[in-house]
Write a protein that binds this ligand. Structure first.
Ligand SMILES: [Zn+2]
Length: 277
């Protein structure tokens, strides 16, 4: 049965494009020899609610996915011949992607969630960063599923990301501009507020919390639905920890209520640049 969302998309001309961080990674992984899928089959396109393999996903995070953008790819297991000739297994590749996202490697911060099998291709876990990390069991086994955040469909900061090179110890210097990142407000269990971008956390003086929350709404910071993970009307993520949300960085002369700035460059040092084909 064709879903209303699918039917609407057919009527409007079946346009779609893949989110840039996934487009770059898809082509890079195909270059190494992996089979990688993006736009879903009819089963995906008709599912309610439509998810990230469709160009009309209703499960975007931190906001609604812009129409026409596919925000997921599936990486399939290498053949036995490919494994023999050194193409990393999905366990190795998934482990690198997971470790990079978990470590806050800037070029991997677009990753919203992944389903993968740390032990084998018959079992899967669901690791998500929205924005703190949570793991649960998944029945989406047999491939690596990668979903991209809804707010970075055009971002360029993942362009140099090469998990296979990193896995092989041939990491390339990754220079990214942090202005692509989405700040958000978070609160610790002790009630301290921070403005975070997953790299740094800037403490907010108590008297400035109101102003910061006002700015967060004006500037459309990362937010969610009021509930277990979000409070203050959905504009503050609870459960802040330095490990998950970014290293605490105190400005020399804090100005209460000042707009936190996030421009600047972060350099991840490496040893050698490799260009896959
Ligand atoms: Zn998938």
């Amino acid at each position: 049965m064709t879903s209303p969302q699918h039917a609407q998309w057919i009527r409007s001309g079946r346009q779609w494009q893949l989110a840039r961080p996934l487009l770059v990674l898809r082509d890079r992984l195909r270059g190494y020899g992996y089979t990688v899928y993006d736009l879903g089959d009819t089963g995906h396109l008709d599912r309610i609610p439509p998810e990230d393999h469709t160009p009309y996903s209703e499960t975007g995070w931190p906001g609604a996915t812009p129409y026409g953008w596919v925000t997921a790819i599936d990486v399939m297991p290498p053949s036995s011949t490919q494994l023999r000739t050194g193409l990393p297994s999905l366990q190795s590749l998934g482990g690198q992607l997971f470790a990079d996202r978990q470590a806050g490697v800037p070029a991997a911060r677009w990753l919203k969630y992944m389903n993968w099998g740390p032990a084998d291709d018959r079992h899967a876990v669901h690791d998500r960063w929205e924005p703190g990390h949570q793991r649960s069991m998944s029945d989406d086994a047999g491939h690596i599923h990668l979903s991209c955040r809804s707010d970075v469909t055009s971002a360029k900061y993942g362009d140099a990301y090469d998990p296979i090179a990193r896995l092989r110890g041939l990491d390339n210097p990754v220079i990214i501009t942090v202005e692509d990142s989405m700040p958000f407000v978070a609160k610790s269990n002790t009630g301290q507020y921070y403005v975070c971008d997953l790299i740094t956390s800037r403490p907010v003086p108590p008297e400035a919390v109101k102003d910061v929350l006002y700015l967060a709404k004006q500037l459309n910071y990362g937010h969610g639905s009021e509930g277990g993970e979000w409070t203050d009307g959905g504009w503050t993520r609870v459960g802040w920890t330095e490990a998950a949300f970014g290293t605490v960085r105190v400005l020399d002369t804090p100005t209460p209520g000042a707009t936190p700035t996030f421009s600047g460059e972060v350099t991840v040092s490496g040893t050698l640049t490799v260009q896959p084909h």
